[in-house]
Design a protein around this ligand. Structure first.
Ligand SMILES: CCCCCCCC/C=C\CCCCCCCC(=O)SCCNC(=O)CCNC(=O)[C@H](O)C(C)(C)COP(=O)(O)OP(=O)(O)OC[C@H]1O[C@@H](n2cnc3c(N)ncnc32)[C@H](O)[C@@H]1OP(=O)(O)O
Length: 211
């Protein structure tokens, strides 16, 4: 085994272990939101969690996991707030890019995403749509930063039930790209609609230009 292959296997093992930790941390958050344990039990669990937090902090990175190209050549950001498999905060959203164009994701929100009673928080759905729009423009070869994001909340988004998010580019002009996205129920009824204007930074047109 060459040193390169050994290093790649070490990295794979590190990432798999981090993904497992992030999944468990999501389970923990869900358990916290729904627990009905008594105060003594809550205090005991809190003390154990404080000890675990100290153990993780003992070996600390300076920054979250980087944006990078994975072993299969595709772009990945394992620490991303929306898609990052190693980020407990992430849903995580798994985005597909259908051959017909645009982006698509099936997702199920959890009680931890609740805003109004029985309804997913509007900021959470906006975050998902922002990311899906960003992926949609990137899939069209026009990666960009969100310039504006307009949301129309048409119906309550439930948690605990699958919904589908889809996005498509609608217009391009110079470094600007507009796209629409929607979260719909499985019957196709739109619940939240979004329009975004994305601006491709000059540096991304000519990577390395720095401007
Ligand atoms: C090597 C490439 C690597 C790429 C890798 C990507 C892979 C992707 C893969 C997977 C998908 C990931 C998906 C992520 C999705 C998440 C997206 C977010 O959450 S983004 C965070 C929130 N947004 C910000 O933080 C922006 C902060 N703002 C800025 O950085 C700048 O203001 C920026 C880039 C938006 C524009 O800066 P300027 O200097 O390039 O723009 P100027 O030259 O001033 O303007 C150009 C034109 O755009 C208009 N413009 C600029 N900003 C605007 C705005 N905010 N709203 C409307 N128009 C704007 C201007 O009026 C101008 O228009 P006129 O040419 O005159 O017609």
């Amino acid at each position: 085994m060459t040193a390169d292959v050994a290093a790649a296997r070490d990295e794979d093992a590190q990432i798999s272990a981090l993904e497992a930790l992030a999944r468990q941390a999501r389970e923990l958050v869900d358990a916290v939101v729904l627990t009905d344990a008594d105060p003594a039990e809550l205090a005991a669990v809190t003390a154990e969690l404080a000890a675990l937090t100290d153990r993780l902090r003992a070996v600390r990175r300076a920054t979250p996991l980087p944006h990078e190209f994975g072993p299969d050549g595709t772009f990945r950001h394992l620490g991303n707030a929306v898609t990052g498999a190693c980020n407990p905060h992430a849903l995580p959203l798994v985005v597909e890019r259908p051959a017909t164009g645009g982006s698509r994701a099936e997702l199920t929100f959890r009680p931890t995403h609740e805003g109004p009673p029985g309804t997913v928080h509007g900021g959470v759905t906006a975050m998902i749509l922002d990311h899906l729009l960003g992926d949609t423009v990137a899939a069209a070869g026009r990666p960009g930063m969100t310039g504006t994001l307009t949301i129309r909340y048409r119906g309550r988004v439930p948690y605990g039930e699958p919904v589908v998010a889809t996005g498509a580019v609608t217009r391009v002009e110079g470094r600007k790209t507009w796209a629409d996205a929607v979260i719909a129920d499985t019957a196709g009824t739109p619940l939240v609609e979004a329009t975004g204007l994305f601006i491709t930074p000059k540096a991304w047109l000519f990577p390395g230009a720095g401007g």
